[in-house]
Design a protein around this ligand. Structure first.
Ligand code: DX5
Ligand code: ZN
Length: 248
């Protein structure tokens, strides 16, 4: 499903409740690759992470099934790391706001899952969270550029959503670059996030494309020291960020 292409973007005004670019690259470990029976410990293992990425899958929007609101509510009590909830579910208008009400920091849903992304974003924000829009690898970004004014984060999927451990799809970086340009020019203000196949071999090209926040599941949790891997990935991304993209 694609929304109609709108006219020129108006500039974002300073009063709009959106993010400014983070000074350092953000790392969001995905607990999809963690031990679900030990989630509190697995969060503690990445204590220096910027966000903890929580993949909610409903076995309808994606073929896989993971966890839902009760687990997020428990996780919120178990960690101080802001939760970045990635809802790979149908009917986000119904199911997304409760994650915001529960205390998730950022609630992202899929553009492909609703005809009213702006309405869902409004409800998420009204419930006290940042609102994120995600696009699958084959979903073009152009039809959504105008409505990104109503979001705090854009999550560019660099694998087909549903499973961890898949290979990075580099062509999605064109979408990230297009949005980065609009953020740099002041036409949009939001965090550009990427999810899928991010590891030591792929994070640099994503950083060069202007990504602010990097989700990584298997690359972090399948290592002996997940906390050290967070630091390594962040340093790698920082070094690869071009001076043009430096925070100012
Ligand atoms: C996939 C999920 C990702 C997943 C990424 O649908 O949205 O967050 O955990 O896993 P890796 O980093 O292993 O590709
Ligand atoms: Zn995810």
């Amino acid at each position: 499903m694609a929304l109609p292409i709108r006219t020129r973007l108006r500039r974002v005004t300073a009063s709009e409740p959106t993010f400014t670019r983070p000074a350092a690259p953000m790392i969001a470990p995905s607990i999809l690759s963690a031990d679900f029976a030990r989630l509190a410990d697995e969060a503690e293992a990445v204590a220096s992470a910027d966000w903890l990425h929580v993949d909610v899958m409903d076995a309808h929007f994606v073929p896989n099934l993971t966890l839902g609101l009760p687990v997020v509510q428990s996780l919120l009590k178990a960690t101080d790391i802001p939760l970045d909830c990635h809802l790979m579910i149908e009917d986000p208008a119904r199911w997304a706001p409760p994650y915001a009400e529960a205390g998730a920091y950022n609630v992202t849903f899929h553009a492909e899952a609703t005809y009213d992304p702006v309405g869902v974003a409004r409800d998420i924000r009204a419930a006290g969270a940042k609102a994120g829009l995600s696009v699958k690898p084959n979903t073009p970004i152009e039809p959504y550029l105008e409505i990104l004014r109503d979001f705090d984060t854009l999550l560019v999927m660099s694998v087909e959503p549903g499973f961890g451990g898949q290979s990075f799809i580099p062509s999605v970086l064109e979408k990230a670059k297009a949005v980065r340009r609009l953020v740099d020019s002041g036409d949009l203000r939001l965090v550009v996030e990427i999810d899928g196949g991010i590891n030591a071999d792929t994070i640099e090209q994503a950083a060069e494309a202007g990504i602010d926040c990097f989700v990584a599941g298997s690359a972090i949790y399948n290592t002996a020291d997940p906390g050290a891997t967070v630091e390594k990935l962040r340093s790698q991304a920082a070094a690869a960020r071009s001076p043009h993209h430096a925070a100012h």
